[in-house]
Design a protein around this ligand. Structure first.
Ligand SMILES: [Zn+2]
Length: 436
């Protein structure tokens, strides 16, 4: 049963002070739980000369060692679990690009907590018991399928476990069943639109809410999704190591994602040094689950770059907000002391109509100063125009990049086909400083 018409649970609006006290109490519990029941943590804490009793205040979390994806893989499959197998009721796995998959487990209580967190998210953006919820993500192994499925059912919505693929059938059902809410990746939703148009069913759809996650998407994509479908589109964040989806989610303000601080302790650290950054600064998101029985990962390095937004939210929720994920820690480049992500550059370039699909960021050093040059392929038609037009475009790109990055860049406009194409993941950055 919901707490009231606006909030799924009372915890969403508990006073900040109470929230912090709850965090400390739960932090103490999880450290003790990990120390007593996971040999890996017992040894790690002992080696660092730390006992669970040393955690006396919230700031003491920095005394704890980090946990990484590699630790999960090295302890495949159950090495970091804190409960015996008979206490587990569910397993999920996430495939990595290399090596062993990450395996995550849940007790019945973990599942209950998780489902409630995802339900908070869905209820927050307006999903109700009269909705028809079409869940268009992969159900196999991956947490996104069942995570949303269970939560939408808990709210009382009618759930269609659609999965991915069979797009024509999906669209037919959307029209026939009166689907009002979809959950998918942003790119799949755009594909659904094309198929719906081909089938002549687009006008028969009655969507009102879209929940999108699992791949990074920009503000511009949001606008496209909202305009196309006539929906409100919300950003979803989660990772299987922290249960799955429902770690953080946008509220109706669509300005940052509330992260559920009664279940997760949130830190932002410098990805290189591991030091906490100052308030509001961007860095790597580090999470410690505060209620997880099966898998109490301490200070887990997510690899996702974001920052904490400090303002209070007019939706009334007291949980902090993070900015939508800016990129992965592995992709970050540091230029003149400023962190830059290729995704930020992409975001700027894709708003400019004259710009083609390919670009390359070259970082070099002149004297002791880093130089950043962005080579941008233009659309063919641009080169038939006046030279002064080209200059105008070049200045526009430079100006927009400076606004986004807080950094002056050189911009070179080049003809289509100039930048080398790669077969796999596009190579966006050439860092020449490493050769010096
Ligand atoms: Zn809010």
């Amino acid at each position: 049963m919901p707490y009231n018409e606006i909030y799924w649970q009372r915890e969403e609006v508990i006073p900040k002070k109470e929230l912090e006290e709850l965090q400390l109490k739960r932090l103490k519990w999880i450290v003790r739980h990990a120390y007593d029941n996971v040999p890996f943590y017992h040894k790690k804490l002992k080696d660092s000369g730390i006992k669970p009793d040393d955690i006396k205040k919230r700031d003491d979390i920095v005394k704890l060692p980090f946990t990484t994806k590699e630790h999960l893989r090295e302890n495949y499959p159950f090495g970091l679990f804190a409960v015996p197998k008979e206490s587990l009721v569910r397993l999920h796995t996430s495939s990595g690009t290399s090596g062993k998959p990450k395996v995550v487990g849940y007790t019945a209580k973990d599942l209950e907590n998780w489902t409630n967190m995802v339900a908070r998210c869905l209820y927050m953006v307006g999903v109700r018991d009269y909705d028809v919820f079409q869940n268009m993500v992969n159900y196999a192994f991956f947490t996104g399928g069942l995570g949303f499925h269970d939560a939408a059912e808990l709210i009382g919505a009618m759930v269609i476990p659609a999965g991915v693929g069979n797009t024509e059938r999906q669209v037919q059902y959307m029209a026939d069943f009166g689907t009002t809410v979809i959950h998918s990746t942003p790119s799949y939703a755009l594909h659904v639109k094309e198929v719906a148009e081909e089938l002549g069913l687009f006008d028969k759809l009655s969507l009102r809410i879209g929940c999108f996650g699992a791949e990074p998407w920009s503000k511009n994509t949001r606008k496209r999704l909202e305009d196309t479908f006539g929906i409100k589109a919300y950003d979803s964040y989660g990772l299987s190591e922290m249960n799955g989806p429902g770690v953080a989610f946008e509220c109706p303000e669509q300005d940052g994602l509330h992260i559920w601080a009664d279940h997760y302790f949130i830190e932002i650290v410098d990805p290189e040094t591991g030091e906490q950054v100052s308030e509001g600064e961007r860095g790597e998101l580090v999470l410690t689950p505060l209620t997880k029985e099966a898998l109490p990962l301490l200070r887990y390095k997510t690899g996702d770059i974001t920052f904490i937004m400090d303002d209070e939210c007019s939706c009334g929720r007291t949980h902090p907000k993070i900015h939508r994920i800016l990129g992965r820690a592995d992709d970050m480049i540091v230029v003149r002391g400023i962190n830059v992500f290729p995704s930020q550059i992409e975001h700027v370039l894709m708003q400019i109509p004259e710009v083609g699909d390919h670009f390359l960021v070259v970082i070099s050093r002149r004297g002791s100063l880093d130089e950043i040059t962005v080579k941008v392929e233009m659309r063919d038609e641009v080169f038939t125009g006046e030279l002064s037009d080209l200059q105008k475009i070049q200045q526009k790109v430079q100006r927009e990049l400076q606004k986004e990055l807080g950094l002056r860049t050189n911009v070179e406009l080049v003809e289509k086909g100039t930048i080398e194409r790669s077969k796999g993941k596009a190579k966006r950055v050439l860092d020449l400083r490493k050769d010096l």
